[in-house]
Design a protein around this ligand. Structure first.
Ligand code: ATP
Length: 362
Protein backbone atom coordinates (compact mmCIF):
# COMPACT_ATOMS: atom_id res chain seq x y z
CA UNK A 1 0.00 0.00 0.00
CA UNK A 2 1.45 3.36 -0.94
CA UNK A 3 -0.95 6.14 -0.22
CA UNK A 4 0.51 9.52 0.65
CA UNK A 5 -0.38 11.49 3.78
CA UNK A 6 0.75 15.07 4.06
CA UNK A 7 0.27 16.71 7.45
CA UNK A 8 0.69 20.41 8.12
CA UNK A 9 3.39 20.83 5.49
CA UNK A 10 5.10 24.22 5.61
CA UNK A 11 7.70 25.61 3.23
CA UNK A 12 9.37 28.99 3.19
CA UNK A 13 11.86 30.51 0.79
CA UNK A 14 13.55 33.14 2.96
CA UNK A 15 10.66 35.10 4.40
CA UNK A 16 8.22 33.97 1.72
CA UNK A 17 5.78 31.37 3.06
CA UNK A 18 5.06 29.30 -0.03
CA UNK A 19 3.22 26.31 1.49
CA UNK A 20 0.95 27.21 4.39
CA UNK A 21 -0.03 24.07 6.26
CA UNK A 22 -0.95 21.57 3.55
CA UNK A 23 -2.96 18.52 4.68
CA UNK A 24 -3.74 15.82 2.12
CA UNK A 25 -4.65 12.17 2.21
CA UNK A 26 -3.96 10.54 -1.16
CA UNK A 27 -5.10 6.95 -1.53
CA UNK A 28 -3.03 4.04 -2.74
CA UNK A 29 -3.27 3.81 -6.54
CA UNK A 30 -4.94 7.17 -6.96
CA UNK A 31 -4.14 9.60 -9.78
CA UNK A 32 -4.11 13.04 -8.17
CA UNK A 33 -3.31 16.36 -9.83
CA UNK A 34 -2.08 19.55 -8.21
CA UNK A 35 -3.77 22.35 -10.12
CA UNK A 36 -3.56 26.09 -9.65
CA UNK A 37 -2.33 29.36 -11.12
CA UNK A 38 1.35 30.10 -11.63
CA UNK A 39 3.20 30.57 -8.35
CA UNK A 40 0.60 28.89 -6.09
CA UNK A 41 3.14 26.29 -4.93
CA UNK A 42 2.41 23.19 -7.04
CA UNK A 43 6.00 22.41 -7.94
CA UNK A 44 7.26 23.24 -4.46
CA UNK A 45 4.75 20.80 -2.97
CA UNK A 46 5.79 18.07 -5.41
CA UNK A 47 9.49 18.69 -4.76
CA UNK A 48 8.84 18.61 -1.01
CA UNK A 49 7.28 15.16 -1.35
CA UNK A 50 10.26 14.03 -3.45
CA UNK A 51 12.69 15.38 -0.85
CA UNK A 52 14.20 17.91 -3.24
CA UNK A 53 13.18 20.75 -0.89
CA UNK A 54 13.88 20.97 2.83
CA UNK A 55 10.56 21.60 4.52
CA UNK A 56 9.99 23.95 7.45
CA UNK A 57 7.26 21.99 9.18
CA UNK A 58 4.87 19.08 8.95
CA UNK A 59 5.54 15.68 7.49
CA UNK A 60 5.09 13.37 4.53
CA UNK A 61 4.12 9.72 4.99
CA UNK A 62 4.37 7.25 2.09
CA UNK A 63 2.84 3.80 2.45
CA UNK A 64 2.63 4.28 6.22
CA UNK A 65 6.32 5.27 6.58
CA UNK A 66 7.33 8.82 7.50
CA UNK A 67 9.78 9.85 4.76
CA UNK A 68 10.39 13.56 5.49
CA UNK A 69 13.82 12.85 6.94
CA UNK A 70 14.97 10.45 4.21
CA UNK A 71 17.16 11.66 1.34
CA UNK A 72 15.42 11.66 -2.09
CA UNK A 73 17.14 8.48 -3.28
CA UNK A 74 15.81 6.51 -0.29
CA UNK A 75 12.18 7.52 -0.73
CA UNK A 76 11.23 5.02 -3.41
CA UNK A 77 9.72 7.81 -5.48
CA UNK A 78 10.33 8.47 -9.19
CA UNK A 79 9.95 11.93 -10.64
CA UNK A 80 9.38 12.88 -14.29
CA UNK A 81 10.26 16.44 -15.16
CA UNK A 82 8.95 18.86 -17.74
CA UNK A 83 12.29 19.04 -19.56
CA UNK A 84 12.75 15.20 -19.56
CA UNK A 85 16.36 15.51 -18.27
CA UNK A 86 17.64 12.68 -20.51
CA UNK A 87 21.37 12.04 -20.82
CA UNK A 88 22.17 13.26 -24.36
CA UNK A 89 25.27 11.09 -24.87
CA UNK A 90 23.53 7.84 -23.90
CA UNK A 91 21.18 5.83 -26.07
CA UNK A 92 17.65 5.09 -24.90
CA UNK A 93 18.59 1.71 -23.41
CA UNK A 94 21.36 3.34 -21.36
CA UNK A 95 19.08 6.19 -20.33
CA UNK A 96 16.63 3.64 -18.99
CA UNK A 97 19.17 1.36 -17.36
CA UNK A 98 21.64 3.86 -15.95
CA UNK A 99 19.95 4.42 -12.57
CA UNK A 100 19.52 0.69 -12.05
CA UNK A 101 23.21 0.00 -12.81
CA UNK A 102 24.21 2.65 -10.29
CA UNK A 103 22.11 0.90 -7.67
CA UNK A 104 23.83 -2.42 -8.40
CA UNK A 105 20.81 -4.20 -9.88
CA UNK A 106 22.02 -7.41 -11.63
CA UNK A 107 22.44 -7.10 -15.40
CA UNK A 108 19.83 -9.71 -16.31
CA UNK A 109 17.24 -8.04 -14.15
CA UNK A 110 18.08 -4.63 -15.65
CA UNK A 111 17.52 -6.01 -19.11
CA UNK A 112 14.20 -7.53 -18.11
CA UNK A 113 12.98 -4.29 -16.54
CA UNK A 114 14.14 -2.11 -19.43
CA UNK A 115 12.56 -4.34 -22.07
CA UNK A 116 9.35 -4.49 -20.07
CA UNK A 117 9.16 -0.69 -19.75
CA UNK A 118 10.00 -0.29 -23.44
CA UNK A 119 7.21 -2.69 -24.33
CA UNK A 120 4.67 -0.88 -22.15
CA UNK A 121 5.64 2.46 -23.70
CA UNK A 122 6.08 1.07 -27.24
CA UNK A 123 9.63 2.33 -27.63
CA UNK A 124 11.37 -1.02 -28.15
CA UNK A 125 12.52 0.01 -31.67
CA UNK A 126 14.08 3.17 -30.27
CA UNK A 127 16.38 1.59 -27.68
CA UNK A 128 19.56 2.20 -29.71
CA UNK A 129 18.82 5.83 -30.54
CA UNK A 130 20.15 8.89 -28.77
CA UNK A 131 17.72 11.50 -27.35
CA UNK A 132 18.41 13.95 -30.18
CA UNK A 133 17.22 11.34 -32.69
CA UNK A 134 13.80 11.22 -31.00
CA UNK A 135 10.63 13.30 -31.32
CA UNK A 136 9.33 15.22 -28.33
CA UNK A 137 6.71 12.60 -27.58
CA UNK A 138 9.26 9.78 -27.82
CA UNK A 139 11.62 11.63 -25.47
CA UNK A 140 8.79 12.06 -23.02
CA UNK A 141 8.09 8.35 -23.15
CA UNK A 142 11.74 7.59 -22.39
CA UNK A 143 11.57 9.96 -19.41
CA UNK A 144 8.51 8.12 -18.14
CA UNK A 145 10.25 4.80 -18.88
CA UNK A 146 13.08 5.81 -16.58
CA UNK A 147 10.54 6.13 -13.80
CA UNK A 148 8.84 2.82 -14.66
CA UNK A 149 12.03 0.72 -14.56
CA UNK A 150 12.57 1.77 -10.96
CA UNK A 151 9.21 0.27 -9.99
CA UNK A 152 8.66 3.03 -7.41
CA UNK A 153 5.93 3.31 -4.81
CA UNK A 154 4.99 6.73 -6.12
CA UNK A 155 5.28 8.61 -9.42
CA UNK A 156 5.60 12.38 -9.38
CA UNK A 157 5.10 14.13 -12.72
CA UNK A 158 5.82 17.85 -13.08
CA UNK A 159 4.02 19.25 -16.16
CA UNK A 160 5.39 16.34 -18.22
CA UNK A 161 3.43 17.27 -21.35
CA UNK A 162 3.95 21.01 -21.43
CA UNK A 163 6.73 20.94 -24.03
CA UNK A 164 4.66 18.97 -26.52
CA UNK A 165 2.45 20.39 -29.26
CA UNK A 166 -1.31 20.38 -28.74
CA UNK A 167 -2.05 17.20 -30.72
CA UNK A 168 0.68 15.19 -29.07
CA UNK A 169 -0.41 16.38 -25.65
CA UNK A 170 -3.80 14.83 -26.18
CA UNK A 171 -2.26 11.55 -27.37
CA UNK A 172 0.17 11.44 -24.46
CA UNK A 173 -2.64 12.28 -22.05
CA UNK A 174 -4.50 9.18 -23.14
CA UNK A 175 -1.29 7.15 -22.89
CA UNK A 176 -0.67 8.39 -19.38
CA UNK A 177 -4.18 7.48 -18.32
CA UNK A 178 -3.71 3.97 -19.74
CA UNK A 179 -0.30 3.67 -18.11
CA UNK A 180 -1.75 4.56 -14.74
CA UNK A 181 -4.50 2.01 -15.17
CA UNK A 182 -2.01 -0.65 -16.16
CA UNK A 183 0.55 0.02 -13.41
CA UNK A 184 -2.04 0.77 -10.72
CA UNK A 185 0.55 2.85 -8.88
CA UNK A 186 -0.09 6.14 -7.04
CA UNK A 187 0.66 9.11 -9.30
CA UNK A 188 0.77 12.82 -8.53
CA UNK A 189 0.69 15.16 -11.48
CA UNK A 190 1.40 18.89 -11.51
CA UNK A 191 -0.30 21.01 -14.13
CA UNK A 192 -1.82 24.42 -14.65
CA UNK A 193 -3.97 22.97 -17.45
CA UNK A 194 -7.36 22.23 -15.98
CA UNK A 195 -8.46 20.03 -18.89
CA UNK A 196 -5.46 17.79 -18.26
CA UNK A 197 -6.14 17.70 -14.53
CA UNK A 198 -9.86 17.06 -14.92
CA UNK A 199 -9.54 14.34 -17.57
CA UNK A 200 -6.65 12.39 -16.01
CA UNK A 201 -7.36 12.55 -12.31
CA UNK A 202 -9.35 10.57 -9.81
CA UNK A 203 -9.13 13.67 -7.61
CA UNK A 204 -7.68 17.14 -8.02
CA UNK A 205 -6.05 19.38 -5.41
CA UNK A 206 -6.75 23.02 -6.26
CA UNK A 207 -4.07 25.21 -4.70
CA UNK A 208 -4.45 28.91 -3.99
CA UNK A 209 -1.45 30.81 -2.67
CA UNK A 210 0.06 27.87 -0.81
CA UNK A 211 -3.19 26.52 0.62
CA UNK A 212 -5.56 23.76 -0.46
CA UNK A 213 -8.64 25.53 -1.82
CA UNK A 214 -10.42 22.21 -2.45
CA UNK A 215 -9.53 18.53 -2.87
CA UNK A 216 -12.19 16.64 -4.76
CA UNK A 217 -13.17 14.70 -7.84
CA UNK A 218 -13.35 16.64 -11.11
CA UNK A 219 -17.15 16.60 -10.94
CA UNK A 220 -17.20 17.85 -7.34
CA UNK A 221 -14.95 20.76 -8.26
CA UNK A 222 -17.14 21.66 -11.20
CA UNK A 223 -20.60 21.15 -9.71
CA UNK A 224 -19.92 21.88 -6.04
CA UNK A 225 -17.06 24.36 -5.73
CA UNK A 226 -16.57 25.12 -2.04
CA UNK A 227 -15.41 28.69 -2.50
CA UNK A 228 -15.17 31.56 -4.95
CA UNK A 229 -11.59 30.73 -5.87
CA UNK A 230 -12.43 27.21 -7.10
CA UNK A 231 -15.69 28.40 -8.70
CA UNK A 232 -13.90 31.01 -10.76
CA UNK A 233 -10.83 28.88 -11.52
CA UNK A 234 -12.58 25.72 -12.75
CA UNK A 235 -14.61 25.82 -15.95
CA UNK A 236 -14.30 27.47 -19.33
CA UNK A 237 -15.87 29.85 -20.17
CA UNK A 238 -15.78 30.99 -16.57
CA UNK A 239 -18.64 31.10 -14.11
CA UNK A 240 -20.53 34.42 -14.08
CA UNK A 241 -20.83 36.31 -10.78
CA UNK A 242 -23.29 38.88 -9.50
CA UNK A 243 -23.28 40.87 -6.23
CA UNK A 244 -26.38 39.98 -4.23
CA UNK A 245 -27.80 40.11 -0.72
CA UNK A 246 -29.13 37.02 1.03
CA UNK A 247 -31.68 36.33 3.71
CA UNK A 248 -32.82 33.14 5.36
CA UNK A 249 -36.20 32.16 3.96
CA UNK A 250 -37.69 29.38 5.98
CA UNK A 251 -36.29 25.93 6.51
CA UNK A 252 -33.04 25.32 4.60
CA UNK A 253 -33.77 28.08 2.14
CA UNK A 254 -32.02 31.24 1.12
CA UNK A 255 -33.63 34.16 -0.64
CA UNK A 256 -31.24 36.02 -2.92
CA UNK A 257 -32.00 39.56 -3.98
CA UNK A 258 -30.33 42.56 -5.58
CA UNK A 259 -31.62 45.82 -7.04
CA UNK A 260 -34.82 46.37 -9.01
CA UNK A 261 -33.21 44.93 -12.13
CA UNK A 262 -33.06 41.49 -10.52
CA UNK A 263 -35.93 39.16 -9.70
CA UNK A 264 -35.43 37.35 -6.35
CA UNK A 265 -34.44 33.69 -6.37
CA UNK A 266 -35.13 31.21 -3.57
CA UNK A 267 -32.48 28.56 -3.25
CA UNK A 268 -32.67 25.25 -1.41
CA UNK A 269 -29.67 24.50 0.82
CA UNK A 270 -28.39 21.40 2.59
CA UNK A 271 -28.77 23.07 6.00
CA UNK A 272 -30.41 26.24 7.25
CA UNK A 273 -27.96 29.13 6.91
CA UNK A 274 -26.63 30.48 10.23
CA UNK A 275 -25.40 33.94 9.34
CA UNK A 276 -26.33 35.61 6.09
CA UNK A 277 -25.13 39.14 6.85
CA UNK A 278 -22.93 41.02 4.42
CA UNK A 279 -22.39 41.00 0.69
CA UNK A 280 -22.88 37.72 -1.15
CA UNK A 281 -22.17 36.57 -4.66
CA UNK A 282 -24.35 34.51 -6.92
CA UNK A 283 -22.43 32.37 -9.40
CA UNK A 284 -23.91 30.71 -12.46
CA UNK A 285 -22.13 28.83 -15.23
CA UNK A 286 -22.67 30.01 -18.81
CA UNK A 287 -24.32 26.76 -19.86
CA UNK A 288 -26.84 26.99 -17.01
CA UNK A 289 -28.22 30.37 -18.08
CA UNK A 290 -31.41 30.11 -20.11
CA UNK A 291 -32.51 32.74 -22.59
CA UNK A 292 -36.26 33.03 -21.97
CA UNK A 293 -39.23 35.36 -22.29
CA UNK A 294 -39.60 38.41 -20.08
CA UNK A 295 -42.08 36.87 -17.63
CA UNK A 296 -39.70 34.01 -16.70
CA UNK A 297 -36.55 36.15 -16.50
CA UNK A 298 -34.40 37.12 -13.50
CA UNK A 299 -32.50 39.80 -15.39
CA UNK A 300 -32.18 41.25 -18.85
CA UNK A 301 -29.39 42.71 -20.91
CA UNK A 302 -28.06 43.52 -24.34
CA UNK A 303 -26.18 41.11 -26.59
CA UNK A 304 -22.71 42.48 -27.29
CA UNK A 305 -21.34 39.58 -29.33
CA UNK A 306 -22.34 36.08 -30.43
CA UNK A 307 -19.56 33.57 -30.98
CA UNK A 308 -20.79 30.73 -33.17
CA UNK A 309 -18.88 27.55 -32.30
CA UNK A 310 -21.02 25.06 -34.17
CA UNK A 311 -22.87 22.95 -31.62
CA UNK A 312 -23.11 25.94 -29.29
CA UNK A 313 -23.11 29.74 -29.37
CA UNK A 314 -21.38 31.83 -26.73
CA UNK A 315 -23.56 34.86 -26.17
CA UNK A 316 -21.80 37.82 -24.51
CA UNK A 317 -24.36 39.95 -22.71
CA UNK A 318 -24.09 43.28 -20.91
CA UNK A 319 -26.66 43.06 -18.11
CA UNK A 320 -28.81 46.10 -17.36
CA UNK A 321 -26.75 46.68 -14.20
CA UNK A 322 -23.57 46.94 -16.31
CA UNK A 323 -22.13 43.48 -15.50
CA UNK A 324 -20.82 41.38 -18.39
CA UNK A 325 -22.11 37.80 -18.55
CA UNK A 326 -21.56 34.91 -20.95
CA UNK A 327 -24.40 32.51 -21.71
CA UNK A 328 -24.14 29.37 -23.80
CA UNK A 329 -27.04 28.80 -26.16
CA UNK A 330 -27.55 26.19 -28.85
CA UNK A 331 -25.56 26.63 -32.03
CA UNK A 332 -28.50 27.83 -34.05
CA UNK A 333 -29.92 30.18 -31.40
CA UNK A 334 -31.13 33.36 -33.18
CA UNK A 335 -29.59 35.85 -30.69
CA UNK A 336 -27.74 38.64 -32.52
CA UNK A 337 -25.60 41.60 -31.48
CA UNK A 338 -27.78 44.45 -30.21
CA UNK A 339 -30.72 42.22 -29.19
CA UNK A 340 -32.31 42.76 -25.80
CA UNK A 341 -32.46 39.34 -24.12
CA UNK A 342 -33.99 37.92 -20.94
CA UNK A 343 -31.99 35.62 -18.71
CA UNK A 344 -33.17 32.94 -16.34
CA UNK A 345 -30.90 31.62 -13.57
CA UNK A 346 -32.44 28.25 -12.58
CA UNK A 347 -32.26 28.01 -8.78
CA UNK A 348 -30.78 24.51 -8.78
CA UNK A 349 -27.78 25.76 -10.78
CA UNK A 350 -27.06 28.87 -8.70
CA UNK A 351 -23.99 28.87 -6.45
CA UNK A 352 -24.15 31.27 -3.51
CA UNK A 353 -21.00 32.51 -1.74
CA UNK A 354 -20.96 34.38 1.56
CA UNK A 355 -18.83 37.41 2.44
CA UNK A 356 -15.79 35.15 3.05
CA UNK A 357 -16.20 33.60 -0.38
CA UNK A 358 -17.40 30.26 1.03
CA UNK A 359 -20.18 28.39 -0.75
CA UNK A 360 -23.37 27.32 0.99
CA UNK A 361 -23.55 23.53 0.70
CA UNK A 362 -26.44 22.55 -1.59
P1 ATP B 1 4.22 27.45 -12.02
O1 ATP B 1 2.88 26.95 -12.48
O2 ATP B 1 4.53 28.82 -12.53
O3 ATP B 1 5.32 26.47 -12.19
P2 ATP B 1 3.97 26.73 -9.20
O4 ATP B 1 2.56 26.72 -8.71
O5 ATP B 1 4.60 25.43 -9.51
O6 ATP B 1 4.07 27.73 -10.42
P3 ATP B 1 6.18 27.11 -7.42
O7 ATP B 1 7.22 26.90 -8.47
O8 ATP B 1 5.97 26.04 -6.44
O9 ATP B 1 4.79 27.51 -8.09
O10 ATP B 1 6.53 28.47 -6.67
C1 ATP B 1 5.77 28.94 -5.57
C2 ATP B 1 6.36 30.25 -5.08
O11 ATP B 1 7.66 30.02 -4.54
C3 ATP B 1 6.54 31.31 -6.16
O12 ATP B 1 6.27 32.57 -5.60
C4 ATP B 1 8.01 31.18 -6.52
O13 ATP B 1 8.51 32.41 -6.99
C5 ATP B 1 8.64 30.80 -5.21
N1 ATP B 1 9.83 29.98 -5.36
C6 ATP B 1 9.91 28.77 -5.95
N2 ATP B 1 11.15 28.25 -5.89
C7 ATP B 1 11.90 29.18 -5.23
C8 ATP B 1 13.28 29.24 -4.83
N3 ATP B 1 14.13 28.23 -5.09
N4 ATP B 1 13.68 30.35 -4.18
C9 ATP B 1 12.82 31.36 -3.90
N5 ATP B 1 11.53 31.36 -4.23
C10 ATP B 1 11.05 30.28 -4.89
Amino acid sequence: MAGVQIDGLEKKFGNLRVLKGIDLDIRDGEFVSFLGPSGCGKTTLLRSIAGLEDINGGQVVLGGQPISKLPPAKRDIAMVFQNYALYPHMNVYKNLSFGLSLNGVPKAEIEERVLNAARILQITELLKRRPKQLSGGQRQRVAIGRAIVRDPKLFLLDEPLSNLDAGLRVTMRVELANLHKRLGVTMIYVTHDQVEAMTLSDRVVVLDQGKVAQFGTPLELFYAPQNLFVASFIGSPKMNFLDVAAQAAGDKQLKVSADDLFRDITIALETSPANVAGPHKLGIRPDNIELVTQDEAHMSGQVMLVERLGTESQVHIRLDNGEDFVAIARGTHPAATGDHVFLKFPAQHCHIFNGEGQAYPR
